[in-house]
Design a protein around this ligand. Structure first.
Ligand code: HDE
Length: 710
């Protein structure tokens, strides 16, 4: 028993050890062909005479070129751009009452996971920070086989029935005649789809909210979207919705920032994740479940099988049941992120499906798509996809078969092998015995007809700031639509969500406001939908410290050490790379210059003192624009002693800055401007600055100073 316990708790390493068998380290080795023949020269092809033609028999040249010519595989038709990371999951307490899923029983078991985060619309090489839904797909390598929770960072979807997915994707992808625009929904075909398929209304509200532009993969929620089913040992089913809740809270970029980052660092999100894991700031997500007894299926004013609906958390609370920690970067992007194959149909005993017609459609699509992408039916043998549970069946052959199946028997039933591999009616996966009866019919239940109630609920739940962002997002997205009729229809459609919203959309896109703006009948709101109440933490945030030659070393050291102990990262940014000298001649390494860094890549900025350093910064256009951008993007900005003078030379000048004693007018700190003068002890200043960093943005600036963050 103890031994069994031991192996269970070490499950975490089992996947890693399995992968280890396939890892190759080419350091200090001789160059060979794929046949293992040592190569003598790989810079010159074999020629007939020094200046003559290349000879066909040059097997090394042909093999090298052939392999290169075939290095690419088709990108995913959606979610093409993604990034993977390894980790593990642990349940907090046994979920036995609801499910027999093994990985949800024992809190001491660490189940290995591989997670792939993604955008949906863009190609593999598109930018990370575009406005889009984010994929959040998790493969649990459990003792009972692989379980894939293939979710998104938004809890609802555009459509209700899987058969419409090709239409949706054709509409949102770049337009087919000119392949414009890349990774964007801001074009005619998408909005034409929206206005003609009003079930999209709720999802559009999410997409155009700040959720569409996350600050980090580490700071977004994940949702299974569909209603799934837990099944316990006794065969009793419970409806379940899955949630991932990030320990760092849910935070977003501003639109202007997102667009700028797309140019300055298209890899912003993958870099952020990769760096965080490398620096042992392991992202953590708690797993939450909303549970609904089968008897309560029809108790709500929405159909629980409709994927365009949430279960408001205030009606059905989210029970936190475990935690996932992402703690190991992949070794090879192609082998792992690109070749991982998720499938909603990968379930384990204890987890089952429902009749949600969107889910039913997915159950076909995921396996099917891998056949093309991964070139045959043996993709389960690719190391990243292999379960840690043993595989035994009579499936044979096909492209790239790796397993060498021994013996003559590959059929069931047999006597030559005592009928093995043998199905196990007791422990094997048994589908939930739900009673289904009906006429074959191409129709949708009337209970799916309400397209607007929850879109209004979402709108009602937003803060004023979040509402402004949604309206601006409409202005951008629909503003890019050329066809006026479609634009007008958008206004009419969203009049059903909220008349005021529709009127404000119309204002920005050059069409008529609704003739009769509708007063929403839905008055309810769901506080859980707003990002304003989310967890705030300075952990792993990034601060830019601006300094030049002649900076104050004492200030820098105090600042850096306070940031470090709060788990905040920092970079010194200066005019040139290399080193800078402090007032007392100490040299410090510069991390970035203004050519390689921009304020959009940081969460906050601080100017350290030192007269000479600050004088130089005053004459540096890039330094001022760095601060101005941070200001417009509502980020915390701090300055120490002479550094405060630099702020007075920027957009911040209109805010009354500290001029005398330490401490200042509280309202300035509310605006995220932390300054200090005439002191050498920065303890209080550092505390205030770190607090400002934790608060992420200072929305009050947007409201009071008219600084719209985009
Ligand atoms: Fe997917 N989706 N999807 N999807 N989806 C794919 O599978 C599909 C849907 C999601 O990181 C594809 O391997 C259909 C909802 C993620 O590798 C494809 C329908 C949700 C990923 C596919 C949906 C998702 C995919 C493309 C409507 C959130 C990336 C490549 C019935 C719950 C997985 C691939 C990864 C990928 C089909 C709707 C999430 C074509 C038919 C709803 C996170 O099979």
């Amino acid at each position: 028993m103890d031994h069994q316990k031991d192996t269970q708790s070490n499950l975490e390493n089992v996947k890693n050890e399995q992968l280890e068998q396939f890892r190759a380290d080419h350091k200090n080795t001789k160059l060979t062909t794929n046949q293992g023949v040592t190569v003598s020269d790989t810079e010159n092809s074999l020629k007939a005479g020094e200046r003559g033609p290349t000879i066909m028999e040059d097997f090394h040249f042909r093999e090298k070129m052939m392999h290169f010519d075939h290095e690419r595989i088709p990108e995913r038709v959606v979610h093409a751009r993604g990034f993977g990371v390894h980790g593990h999951f642990q349940v907090y307490e046994s979920m036995k009452k609801y499910t027999k899923a093994k990985f949800l029983q024992d809190p001491s078991v660490k189940t290995p996971v591989f997670v792939r985060f993604s955008t949906v619309v863009g190609s593999r090489g598109s930018a990370d920070t575009v406005r889009d839904v984010r994929g959040f797909a998790t493969k649990f390598f459990t003792e009972d086989g692989n379980y894939d929770l293939v979710g998104n960072n938004m809890p609802v979807f555009f459509i209700q029935d899987g058969i419409k997915f090709p239409d949706l994707v054709h509409a949102i992808k770049p337009e087919p005649d000119n392949e414009i625009p890349q990774a964007s929904a801001a074009h005619d075909t998408f909005w034409d789809f929206v206005v003609n398929n009003t079930e999209t209304a709720h999802m559009i509200m999410w997409l155009l909210s700040d959720r569409g532009i996350p600050r980090s993969f580490r700071m977004m929620e994940g949702f299974g979207v569909h209603t799934f089913r837990f099944v316990n040992e006794q065969g009793k089913g419970t409806f379940v919705k899955f949630h991932w809740k990030p320990k760092l809270g849910v935070h977003s970029l501003t639109w202007d920032e997102a667009q700028k980052i797309a140019g300055k660092d298209p890899d912003f999100h993958r870099r952020d994740l990769w760096d965080a894991v490398n620096q042992t700031m392991f992202p953590e997500f708690e797993l939450g479940v909303q549970l609904l007894a089968e008897e309560d299926e029809f108790k709500f004013n929405f159909d629980i099988l409709d994927a365009t609906k949430i279960w408001p958390e205030e009606l059905i609370p989210v029970k936190i049941i475990g935690k996932m920690t992402l703690d190991r970067n992949q070794d090879n992007f192609f082998a792992e992120t690109e070749q991982v194959a998720f499938h909603t149909g990968n379930v384990v005993p204890g987890i089952d499906f429902t009749n949600d017609p969107l889910l039913q459609g997915r159950l076909f699509s995921y396996q099917d798509t891998q056949l093309l992408r991964l070139g045959g039916p043996n993709f389960h043998e690719i190391p990243i996809n292999r379960p840690i549970a043993p595989i035994h069946n009579n499936q044979r052959d096909g492209f790239h078969r790796m397993t060498i199946d021994k013996g003559k028997v590959s059929y069931h039933r047999n006597s030559l092998q005592q009928n093995s591999p043998t199905p196990d009616p007791v422990n094997g996966y048994t589908h939930y015995t739900e009673k289904v009866e009906g006429y074959k019919i191409r129709n949708r239940s009337d209970s799916f007809n309400d397209h607007y109630t929850q879109a209004t609920l979402f709108w009602n739940s937003m803060s004023e700031t979040e509402k402004k962002h949604i309206i601006k997002a409409f202005h951008f997205e629909v503003g890019n639509v050329k066809n006026k009729t479609i634009k007008q229809k958008v206004v009419e459609m969203f009049n059903n969500v909220d008349g005021e919203l529709a009127t404000q959309i119309a204002q920005g896109i050059g069409v008529q406001p609704p003739a009769t703006p509708k007063q929403p009948t839905v008055k309810a709101s769901s506080p859980a939908l707003s990002q304003m109440q989310t967890i705030k933490s300075a952990q792993s945030r990034k601060v830019a410290i601006l300094a030049n030659d002649g900076f104050n070393l004492n200030e820098l050291i105090q600042l850096q050490s306070a940031l470090k102990s709060a788990g905040v990262q920092s970079d010194i940014i200066s005019k040139y790379l290399g080193t800078i000298k402090s007032t007392d001649g100490q040299e410090v390494e510069v991390n970035k210059n203004y050519a390689t860094a921009h304020s959009v890549m940081y969460d906050a900025v601080c100017v350290v003192g030192g007269q000479q350093s600050v004088n130089e910064l005053m004459n540096l256009f890039e330094a001022k624009s760095f601060i101005n951008d941070a200001f417009v993007h509502l980020k915390p900005i701090a300055a120490i002693n002479e550094g405060v003078d630099l702020l007075s030379n920027t957009e911040i000048k209109n805010i009354h800055l500290a001029t005398g004693q330490e401490g200042q007018d509280q309202s300035i700190e509310d605006k995220g401007i932390v300054t200090v003068r005439n002191t050498t002890d920065l303890t209080t200043f550092n505390e205030k600055f770190i607090q400002a960093v934790a608060s992420h943005r200072h929305w009050i600036r947007e409201e009071q100073d008219g600084k719209i963050s985009g």
